[in-house]
Write a protein of this length. Structure first.
Length: 565
């Protein structure tokens, strides 16, 4: 569906789907798309859907409506267009028709065992080798080629730095290192535009410290204004010879002989500036006449570097906005899902409380006992729900201690006997006789196994002769422990096998929270293991909980005291 995604402004991270013929945008709450931006009019604009697509129409707003930085009264939108209202910047994504070509019919991956005859790899080149376009001999005879190769190398390294980090501070530091490595500059700084105040804030500063010169860097506001307004990079080699600068302004007074200031122009807007200069104190300028260090080629190179840096800043901001949107969506889904389950549990408790109250009124012990059973069952549900929530939401290291896996599983079986009997399901418990005492987190494993066994019992409720088998094992050669749970229930369709470990995915309807299996998988992975599933619809499922476990005391073997079959 077509949408507007906010990447800048107070509503950053929100996505507005364009699901109506006409949608108003503005500050007023009556607008389907409400923007919490003081510079947006109450009824600022509207999006109108037609046969041609979606058009943005300005409604005589105070500050105007902009598409791709140009003021518009009405504009047909295309995917990727930047829509700006006040300080809010949005990206339009259209629902343009996809190609009718079936790519599966056009492309085929040939099986490894059926490679076409004569097809073989002739040569291969790694990423580092691929960046060396020319040989060293080429540069010795061609200075222009040498400079071109150097510039290509700079851009290549900059692109690598951009692609290898999502940390803006680290990225800007690395880019400044590149500039000082490849450009003969004395000082440099990078400033980013603050989203709230629109002011430039310093993020990176560097000084070569030549000759003990450590004077504070002062940047001319004249230069900054020109670069931001004109969206052009500038090179000044002598302020007195440049008609664009006032000879009485700050450049001459600071004694800056050469400076390069370039805008960090991204896809959507200017995100900052990069400023470098060679510094000569005013008293030394007349004594030290030297050739310019900066050239137009340096300016072009700096513009290219600044553009790469700006793209990285925008990508990181967009990524942060996406993460924020996903976080908000996840919070909303979590609240909605958990509220539904808590509501059901509270209804159960209310029903049990009513029976207890009626029993007390009429002095009926059986009614009281029945009501208390309902309350107790729902208390257990809400306790399990809270424990699963805590386990899933918190990263933790297993508290490994010597323990008996048979005793842990046996305790789970004992807890589930009543529930299995109520569901008409037979429990079969087969502890391994040669299982040594192992080192693991018994409390965490208990919860993981309990969730899997509970699911197995629930899967057998609709089966005539439901049966759940549980057994343990230990591979001495691999140092791997195993708990297996097999049921003859409904089984899991192949398409659902990929979803069963996703949060809030439940096949139990209103009875399931969708947290049990994700929690069990998380616990097993914290132990360095995992859960495998084998399932056939209408036949049953087997869950294998495997994890590495160190033998605590090889001479000790503990066997749970349970009736075996």
């Amino acid at each position: 569906m077509a949408s507007l995604f906010v990447i800048k402004g107070r509503d950053q991270g929100k996505r507005f789907e364009l699901d109506a013929p006409v949608l108003g945008l503005g500050r007023d709450a009556k607008n389907p798309i409400q923007l919490h931006d003081s510079e947006v009019s109450r009824r600022h604009a509207q999006v109108v859907r037609s046969d041609e697509g979606f058009s943005l129409v300005d409604l005589n707003s105070s500050n105007g409506t902009f598409v791709n930085s140009k003021a518009v009264s009405e504009q047909l939108l295309r995917s990727g267009d930047r829509v700006q209202l006040g300080r809010t910047l949005m990206i339009f994504t259209g629902n343009e028709e996809k190609s009718s070509i079936d790519l599966a019919e056009e492309i085929a991956i040939i099986d490894r065992n059926r490679q076409p005859e004569g097809s073989r790899i002739i040569t291969s080149i790694g990423q580092e080798e691929g960046s060396r376009i020319y040989t060293e001999a080429d540069f010795a005879n061609n200075p222009w080629l040498a400079r071109t190769r150097s510039n290509l190398q700079i851009m290549y390294q900059t692109a690598l730095a951009v692609s290898h980090t999502l940390d803006i501070d680290q990225l800007l530091q690395r880019i400044m290192e590149f500039i000082f490595e490849w450009v003969e500059t004395d000082r440099g700084c990078i400033m980013l535009v603050d989203r709230d105040t629109e002011e430039l804030l310093p993020k990176v500063f560097r000084h070569r410290r030549r000759g003990g010169d450590s004077e504070k860097m002062r940047i001319s506001q004249t230069i900054l204004d020109y670069v931001l307004q004109k969206q052009e990079g500038v090179l000044t080699s002598d302020a007195r010879e440049d008609d664009r600068w006032d000879t009485g302004a700050s450049i001459l007074k600071m004694g800056v002989r050469e400076a390069i200031c370039v805008p960090m122009q991204g896809r959507y807007d200017i995100v900052g500036i990069i400023y470098i200069d060679t510094f000569t104190a005013p008293g030394q300028m007349l004594q030290n006449r030297q050739m310019n260090k900066f050239t137009e080629e340096h300016l072009k190179l700096m513009i290219a570097i600044a553009h790469q840096a700006a793209l990285a800043v925008e990508d990181t901001s967009y990524y942060s906005a996406m993460v924020q949107a996903e976080r908000l969506a996840a919070v909303g889904q979590t609240i909605a899902t958990l509220s539904h389950h808590v509501k059901n549990i509270l209804q159960g408790i209310r029903g049990g409380s009513y029976l207890i109250e009626e029993g007390l009124k009429h002095d009926k012990t059986e009614l009281i006992r029945k009501g208390w059973g309902i309350v107790e069952k729902n208390q257990e549900k809400i306790s399990n729900l809270v424990m699963d929530m805590l386990t899933f939401s918190k990263e933790r290291q297993p508290e490994r201690v010597p323990a008996s896996l048979n005793e842990v599983v046996g305790d789970v079986v004992e807890l589930m006997v009543t529930r299995a009997a109520d569901a008409g399901v037979r429990l079969v418990w087969r502890p391994a006789e040669d299982l040594p005492s192992l080192t693991f987190d018994p409390d965490a494993l208990h919860r993981a196994i309990l969730n899997v066994v509970t699911n197995a019992i629930d899967a057998c409720e609709k089966v005539g002769e439901g049966c759940v088998e549980i057994w343990t094992g230990y591979d001495f050669d691999e140092g791997s422990a195993l708990v297996a749970v097999r049921d003859n229930g409904e089984g899991i369709p192949e398409d659902d096998l990929r979803k069963i470990f996703c949060v809030f995915e439940s096949r139990k309807g209103s009875r399931g929270t969708g947290l049990g299996l994700p929690v069990s998988q998380k616990i097993l992975r914290e132990h360095g293991g995992d859960i495998r599933v084998e399932s056939v619809p209408d036949v049953g499922s087997t869950f294998f909980l495997e994890f590495p476990a160190v033998v605590a005391n090889p001479a000790t073997v503990t066997i749970a005291d349970f009736q075996q079959e």
